[in-house]
Structure formats: structure tokens, C-alpha cells
Design a binder for this molecule. Structure first.
Ligand code: BTN
Length: 327
């Protein structure tokens, strides 16, 4: 979207007409260009009323994650200060890794054609219903371990879900669930230049394909009403930034208790696929490196990295990103 288009959105109002003269003067464009921009906005699902003498006004606007809207009223120092917005993209993580922009830059999109989850699983979402975003962080964080960033992000998003009124929980290592159904997935990756923390939050989906209804949910399904993705994204960025600065200053151990308080996995029986073996046991704890502490059946303790696949036993919840056509 061009600065001219943003300029036009800012000029248009719901409660009054903006004259063509005002638009042309303020944006320094002619009538024809104004018409072209208005057509472009219509294509973006803006409903616009044009009156030959009074001018133009907005009837309704889509809940698009346009940078101008996300930035306006965003109370952060770093996160989201620069936003790369795409109407459609392969994967926000892929773009963020290539951009390797400055710390805090955000890549967001309305639709991903190649959204990815852990273990190469697909992450699919209908257009303009979810928050699909990747935050670029300092490459030095790799030393800390990506698992901590994933859990910090999960904790932050979980705190926002709680503010919305949901009884959400963190499912180690990278999901947020409500009533056992996944509402958010996080994928943290890195290259030599940056760490990228990507998150997908199901906000306004009213339903999921039948094969996913037991596994996926959205804020809208849980609260029975639509939500502004802009406001939820702003809250996530603010909460995550607060936690992030505290993490840089005081370390990760500081967040462990909160993560445990909101844990879906703690105390559950799990199977851990380590590559060669399948270990069974109970989730006893999480450690200061973000690892899962497993009490193995038959005795002994094992610390599990997030690179292992962990499934909770006697529970149908799967990482629903592994199914075609679902998150
Ligand atoms: C998982 O469930 O394994 C993690 C899913 C992460 C999905 C998000 S959506 C935004 C970002 N871009 C991607 O391709 N993946 C993450």
C-alpha cells in the first residue's frame, strides 16, 4: 500500500463527507488519481459512498492489519515500530528471515500460501481472519536458545488471551490451547543475521473444516463475537515487548513460575518421540532453559528439547498444523 493510499484512508471519515478538492489538495493528486485510489480501496473491501458534490465517505472498512492502523495507538518502544505488510505472502517467517531487518520489525499478512508450523507442518488460515505475524529479533538471542523466546511469546499471547476472557493455557513447547483446542501456534527460527518469532493466532474464524473442529478454535468461536485483529495484535506486541525487556534484563528463570501456572502440559502423561525412541512418562516440570522435565515410566528423569515431538496421551489434541487444509 502506497503512502497516498494511507493518506486517503486518514482523510476519509464515517460521519462526514470529505470533498474531492480537499483530497486532491492534501494528497497533491488529481481527480483521476483520487478515483483510482478509491477503486483500490473498494478492492480491499472498503465500502465507500461517493457523492458528486459532497465528496466521499466511508460506510464500512475491513479489519485489515494495515501498518497505519496497527501503529496508531501502539504503545511500544521497539516491537512493530517498522511493519512490512503484505496482502498475500508465502510465509511471514520466510520473508522475515530474508529481510533480517532491524530488531522489532514486524512482517504481517492477511493470507499465507505456505504457512509453516513445526516439523514442516502446514499452517493454513482463511484470509483476514487470523493474525499471521513474524517479529524480527536480535541474532544474539540464539545463544540464549530459541525455546525461551517461544515460551516467552506463548506467555505473552496467553496473557492477552486471558484479558479477552479466555481460559487459555500454554501447551509446551509452542501452542496456546483453549478447552484443549489450539488457538495459537508459534514458530521461532534463526539464521546468522536474526531470530524470527512467528505467531499465528486464530481470531475471527467462525468455523474450521470438519476434520479440525476437535482440534482448532478461534477467539470468535470461544467468545461468540468478532474481535478487532488490530487491537489484539497491538496488545500482543505490547505484552511481548514488556516481557522481552524484562527477559533481557533479568533472565528467563523469572518467567518459569508463570509459565507453569498456565501450563496445559504439566502433570500430563506424554509420549516423546526423540528420533530413535519413544519415551513415555509424566511431565514433571520445565527447567530454566525451557526444556520439559519428564519423569520416565520405569524411573529416571529426562530433559526434553523442543526439537522432540511430544504428544499428550489420552487426548485427541494433535498439532493441527499437520493436517492438509487446517491450521
Ligand atoms: C506450529 O503450530 O507448529 C507453529 C505454527 C506457526 C504459524 C505461524 S503463522 C505466522 C508465521 N509464519 C509461518 O509460516 N508460521 C508462523
Amino acid at each position: 500500500m502506497t503512502p497516498e493510499t494511507f493518506g486517503l484512508i486518514k482523510l476519509l471519515r464515517y460521519d462526514a463527507y470529505t470533498t474531492y478538492d480537499k483530497i486532491c489538495n492534501e494528497l497533491e493528486i488529481d481527480r483521476k488519481r483520487t478515483k483510482d485510489l478509491l477503486k483500490y480501496l473498494s478492492n480491499l473491501q472498503y465500502e465507500i459512498e461517493e457523492h458528486p458534490s459532497l465528496g466521499v465517505r466511508i460506510i464500512s472498512s475491513p479489519d485489515l492489519l494495515l501498518p497505519e492502523f496497527v501503529c496508531s495507538g501502539l504503545h511500544t518502544r521497539l516491537f512493530g515500530k517498522k511493519i512490512h505488510y503484505y496482502k498475500k505472502i508465502g510465509s511471514t517467517n520466510d520473508v522475515a528471515l530474508k529481510l533480517s531487518d532491524e530488531e522489532g520489525s514486524l512482517v504481517i499478512t492477511e493470507f499465507q500460501s505456505k504457512g509453516r508450523g513445526r516439523f514442516g507442518r502446514k499452517w493454513v488460515s482463511t484470509e483476514s481472519t487470523a493474525i499471521l505475524a513474524s517479529l524480527i529479533l536480535n541474532h544474539k538471542l540464539k545463544v540464549e536458545g530459541l525455546q525461551k523466546i517461544t515460551l516467552l511469546c506463548a506467555l505473552s499471547i496467553n496473557e492477552v488471551m486471558r484479558k479477552v476472557g479466555l481460559s487459555s493455557l500454554i501447551k509446551w513447547p509452542n501452542d496456546i490451547v483453549v478447552g484443549g483446542r489450539k488457538i495459537c501456534g508459534i514458530l521461532t527460527e534463526a539464521n546468522s543475521r536474526c531470530v524470527v518469532c512467528g505467531f499465528g493466532v486464530n481470531v475471527n474464524q467462525s468455523e474450521f473444516p470438519s476434520e479440525l473442529t476437535d482440534e482448532a478454535t478461534s477467539i470468535r468461536i470461544e467468545t461468540q463475537r468478532e474481535h478487532s485483529r488490530i487491537i489484539i495484535l497491538q496488545q500482543i506486541l505490547e505484552q511481548f515487548e514488556n516481557n522481552y525487556f524484562e527477559f533481557l534484563q533479568s533472565g528467563f528463570h523469572h518467567f518459569l513460575e508463570k509459565i507453569k501456572d498456565y501450563s496445559f502440559s504439566l502433570g500430563k502423561r506424554v509420549s516423546v518421540h526423540t528420533g530413535k525412541k519413544v519415551l513415555k512418562g509424566e511431565v514433571l516440570d520445565f527447567d530454566e532453559r525451557g526444556r520439559l522435565v519428564l519423569r520416565k515410566d520405569g524411573g529416571g528423569i529426562r530433559k526434553i528439547f523442543a526439537t522432540s515431538m511430544v504428544s499428550i496421551q489420552n487426548q485427541s489434541i494433535a498439532q493441527h498444523s499437520d493436517r492438509k487444509g487446517g491450521n
